[in-house]
Ligand binder design. Structure first.
Ligand code: NI
Length: 192
């Protein structure tokens, strides 16, 4: 396994529409190696999700895993999720607002509040190339939406502006100011 470089905002890989893959391509050694390397990289960066374009791989793949931590004490465990060609269907139109960061935006040190659908159905192919369907809610649904956006070249701050109904809803903060001016204990924020 190997650690991969996480590309930062401004890198063109983050703005491309990534390519779908076939089950045969998923089962190839190179894809299996990429999955393992992405998981290792996500763990090392203490992220809760990582999409292939973030490591300059132009395919529709993301990995995610989350557990309660000091910064996110109230979340439920999300066991390792590996999804190729993810499709997201909104199950509940309600939009939740919560903090997000991104490993590709100042290495996760720039945060903002983003509206996301509260409940979704995620489908795609797993690392064996087999279909999977998962219903996710809350923070888990947020992670999946953030990562799937990466595959379409969309970054979380695009969504902040797009979904804000009033200028004061646009909240972006450095990690330092987030801790200084906001209430970390009430948030499930994390780098995605
Ligand atoms: Ni991200």
């Amino acid at each position: 396994m190997a650690m991969l470089d996480v590309v930062q905002v401004g890198h063109p890989a983050l703005r491309k529409k990534a390519e779908s893959v076939t089950a045969d391509q998923i089962r190839a050694v190179a894809s299996q190696q990429l999955i393992d390397d992405m998981v290792e990289t996500m763990h090392a960066a203490k992220g809760v999700g990582l999409a292939a374009p973030q490591v300059d791989a132009n395919i529709r793949l993301f990995v995610a895993e989350a557990h309660p931590s000091k910064r996110r004490p109230h979340i439920q465990d999300l066991e390792l999720l590996v999804v190729f060609n993810p499709m997201i269907e909104v199950v509940d139109e309600t939009l939740d607002v919560d903090w997000e960061g991104c490993l590709s935006i100042d290495l996760g040190k720039m945060w903002g509040t983003v509206k996301r659908s509260s409940r979704i159905r995620l489908s795609g192919l797993d690392r064996a190339g087999m279909p999977i369907i998962r219903e996710l809610e809350g923070f888990h649904a947020r992670i999946a939406q953030h990562e799937a956006d990466h595959l379409d070249g969309i970054l979380f701050f695009d969504r902040i502006y797009e979904r804000a109904e009033r200028p004061e809803e646009v909240v972006i903060a450095t990690l330092e100011n987030y801790e200084r001016f906001f209430q970390p204990q009430d948030s499930s924020a994390g780098q995605l």
